[in-house]
Design a protein around this ligand. Structure first.
Ligand code: PNS
Length: 183
């Protein structure tokens, strides 16, 4: 059985990776599909091409995962390409209501089934939007996203990360200096 893991992936997080890893063990093949809407291009931090590049790098180690994109209704994509099942990740109960509504909708308009996969609890607080927010202040996001996403976020906010690094070095030099004086 094949499956599609759809989303915005702006960018892919460790929670997404966890769900994908579990899905890849259950299904024969999983397509990670960036759903995009040409009328809403300004809403994202990364362009569609950038998100696809990050996804390709982050999923390269899977033998049964491919990356794709589609600019339309998810059910049309599923039907046109005979893609099987939709996979959606659940982090917490708060995700459930929204996801339930979409799953019912997709079954109503496209007769497509959705399978939910629970992300590990350690990712319950991680979302692309939160990661984008804290990365814009130069926070350490290395645990929350795969390396490809972290590198892309650090590139976009290179000046903020450089400033943080300089502050860290300055603090370390001051601490070392104070310790040296005391010795
Ligand atoms: O990562 P996200 O933003 O939670 O993903 C939501 C997504 C892209 C899967 C959903 O918005 C979607 O399927 N969009 C395509 C348009 C569509 O089919 N809409 C009807 C269901 S909301």
């Amino acid at each position: 059985m094949n499956a599609v893991f759809p989303g915005s992936f702006d960018p892919i997080t460790s929670g997404h990776m966890d769900v994908l890893t579990r899905a890849a063990k259950i299904f024969d093949h999983v397509t990670v599909t960036v759903m995009h809407n040409a009328r809403k291009t300004g809403r994202h931090l990364f362009t569609l091409e950038e998100r696809l590049d990050i996804l390709r790098e982050a999923t390269a180690h899977f033998g049964n995962v491919s990356v794709d994109s589609f600019g339309g209704l998810l059910v049309d994509y599923m039907r046109q390409q005979q893609k099987g099942i939709i996979i959606r990740g659940l982090r917490a109960v708060s995700d459930y209501e929204y996801e339930l509504q979409i799953a019912h909708l997709n079954r109503q308009i496209g007769e497509v089934e959705t399978v939910f996969i629970m992300a590990a609890t350690r990712w319950s607080f991680v979302s692309s939007s939160m990661v984008r927010e804290i990365a814009s202040y130069g926070a350490d996001i290395s645990e929350m996203v795969p390396r490809a996403s972290a590198n892309a976020l650090r590139r976009i906010h290179a000046d903020v990360y450089a400033e943080r690094e300089a502050e860290k070095v300055e603090t370390q030099l001051r601490v070392d200096g104070e310790l040296g004086e005391r010795a």
